[in-house]
Design a protein around this ligand. Sequence first.
Ligand code: MRU
Length: 351
Amino acid sequence: VYDATAGCVRIIDQTRLPGRLVLAELRALPDFCRAIVDMQVRGAPLIGIAAAYGLALALRDSSTPQTLAMAAAQLNATRPTAVNLSWALQRVKHAVEDASPPHWPALALAEAAAIAQEEIDACRRIGEAGLPLLESLAGRGPVNILTHCNAGRLATLEWGTATAPIYLAHQRGVPVHVWVSETRPRNQGVGLTAWELQEAGIPYTVIADNAAGALMQAGRVHCVLVGSDRTAANGDVCNKIGTYMKAVLAREHRIPFYAALPLSTVDWDCTDGGRIPIEERAESEVLAVSLCDGQGEAVSRPLSVAGARAWNPAFDVTPAALVTAIITEAGVAPATPEGLSRLRGRRGDHS
Ligand code: MRU
């Protein structure tokens, strides 16, 4: 949330959840870069919104072409995979480019606010588009939805992407139950999604990532519903590491696999998922676990022997062929080039 009086953006520090709800203030460019790199703010749409505000506040501090180029480049380099980051920066740049520098801070702030509001609206519409899919799965018991990572309101604002149809179903009286995959190594499922669902009063059960196969085999999952950090123009969906594994399992068990995403997450210039840059993060995220102590402070505990090595890709690509449908603010479409391009432009549009 942008606080005009205080001249800062207030965020929930997601590295402190679920132990403590701590707000942090971002005032200048280095604060925004650090918050994105350290994942105090995370999730594709939220990274884009934070970057847009970061650029706007950098221009407030120095409204020159050099700052515009330097700040945009620094923010863009924070994380490589979610395309919302470069998309939002591009929008802010376009919003200011025809005006003279003294007008840039106000224009940039207005564009950042517009992006935030559009993402909220898009997520609400994702909810409406996805609701009939959940309703169609309703039987005698609750609809059991398996999700991975956190594509909820912490990753966006208000509705979330994958969680929007779930929230709406819950509000409209469709019984739902969410299987929350823990999402090692950073535990966004057990730490963040469970926290959100608990706040919303939606029934959920956490599973270890490794339990997804057994769960599907036992017939206890009606659909898989995840978000995306970048979707290629051919419908390949890049999302948190482990998503691909669930898509393969879903296909084996004939369970629908849906990806919910605002169109800001589609990279129209990317012809297939193999071209998406996959972030590799520190080995320590795999070799240690971060826990909250009794005071809600994060402490790190080693899991392996000193000297162990780890490979830590943060995302994987689910081929379009495994995606039953893509749910966007412009409607539901098959994960094909034609399906996606039919949706393109319906948002208003800046893609
Ligand atoms: O590394 P993260 O936590 O930023 O990754 C987030 C995800 O993979 C989410 O599933 C994604 O952003 C979904 S969009 C709300």
